[in-house]
Design a binder for this molecule. Structure first.
Ligand code: PHE
Length: 341
């Protein structure tokens, strides 16, 4: 009798097919658990005649192993299924949209300026930000004891006064003139540094775009017309320009250029301080001494140069009232500008 009971229990265990966590738990309770059928059948061993006790023992062990093996396999399978539900996403679902960055307002301005000059035949070149004294000052008509050095407070490289962070992109003029023969028609965008107290209106780092045009018979009117073209492209077709006499050590004559205020249509507002004009760049005819410093024959060639601040134009265009916003990289600020290239 106990043998029959054990054999039918074995069959039952073999045929059992738990497929869910709940069914598996019932299986465990019914067969393996402390009050399960196996326990029952083990206790029957007392009633078996001594000669067959071993045989009965083997049979009950087989039931035990079969039940435990089944429990283990089903448990693992259920666990794997649960995990893979998380691990394998829907491969056919549409992709999450990528978060696109936006162009920094200074880059937007810089690209526009570069674009305008590229279309009228200016090439784009760059120079180093760590410069030597010659390219940033001396070759540009500013020897060490020249009072004009006070115009620009300079960051020098520690322990090496011969090297500095360039204070303007005019240093690239010298590099290009030293290395090329006229005609030269190029612009140089880049970052510049000045030892300024940082405030809403001034920063110790900013960007400039420098322009240079050298050829035979380049005249002041060429400078005027080039800049007028730029101003109209940049600020609108009705924009007017005004050149005021100024001073730079490397240009003669020198001028500062104002454009008619595009915010109030030159009627007067707080951006143009009620004057109808806003200043955007410095310019002039390249001093013959500078040409000769770079090995260019000043009898044969003349040229003009100009340099403009980029932050200032971004601030005007976007009505930004604090230059520091342009360097803080606060995404709430940056998100407001052009979304793509
Ligand atoms: N380098 C001058 C500045 O930073 C600007 C300038 C460039 C003036 C070229 C004349 C010619 O103020």
């Amino acid at each position: 009798m106990p043998f029959d009971k054990a054999n039918s229990l074995l069959k039952e265990v073999e045929n059992a097919n738990p497929t869910t966590v709940e069914e598996l738990e019932q299986f465990r309770i019914k067969y393996i658990g402390a009050k399960g059928a196996l326990k029952d059948i083990f206790s029957e061993i007392r009633t078996i005649e001594p000669g067959r006790k071993g045989e009965f023992g083997q049979l009950t062990n087989k039931i035990k192993q079969t039940a435990e093996e089944k429990f283990r396999i089903v448990k693992e399978a259920l666990e794997e299924a649960a995990e893979s539900n998380i691990a394998i996403p829907d491969l056919f679902a549409p992709a999450e949209p990528l978060d696109l960055g936006s162009r920094h307002p200074v880059s937007v301005m810089m690209n526009r300026i570069v674009d305008i000059f590229s279309r009228i035949g200016f090439t784009v070149e760059e120079g180093p930000e760590v410069e030597d004294d010659w390219h940033n000052f001396t070759a540009l008509g500013t020897p060490p004891d020249h009072p004009a050095r006070d115009m620009q407070d300079t960051f020098y490289v520690a322990n090496d006064p011969a090297h500095l962070l360039r204070t303007h992109t005019s240093s690239v003029q010298i590099r290009v003139m030293e290395n090329r023969k006229p005609p030269i028609r190029a612009i140089f965008p880049g970052r510049v540094y000045r030892n300024e107290t940082i405030s809403a209106r001034a920063h110790a780092q900013f960007h400039q775009v420098e322009g240079l045009y050298i050829d035979e018979k380049v005249a002041f009117t060429d400078l005027q017309q080039t800049l007028l073209h730029f101003a109209k492209e940049m600020f609108g077709a009705t924009t007017k320009i005004r050149l005021r006499p100024s001073f730079f050590p490397f240009t003669e004559p020198s001028a500062e250029m104002d454009v008619s205020c595009f915010i109030c249509d030159a009627k007067g507002c707080n951006v143009c301080k009620q004057t109808g004009w806003v200043e955007i760049l410095g310019c002039g005819m390249i001093d013959p001494v500078v040409l000769e410093n770079c090995g260019i024959d000043a009898e044969k060639y003349t040229g003009f140069a100009f340099g403009m601040g980029v932050e200032r134009q971004a601030m005007l265009q976007y009505r930004i009232n604090d230059i520091r916003l342009l360097f803080e990289n606060d995404v709430r600020f940056l998100r407001q500008f052009e979304a793509t290239i």
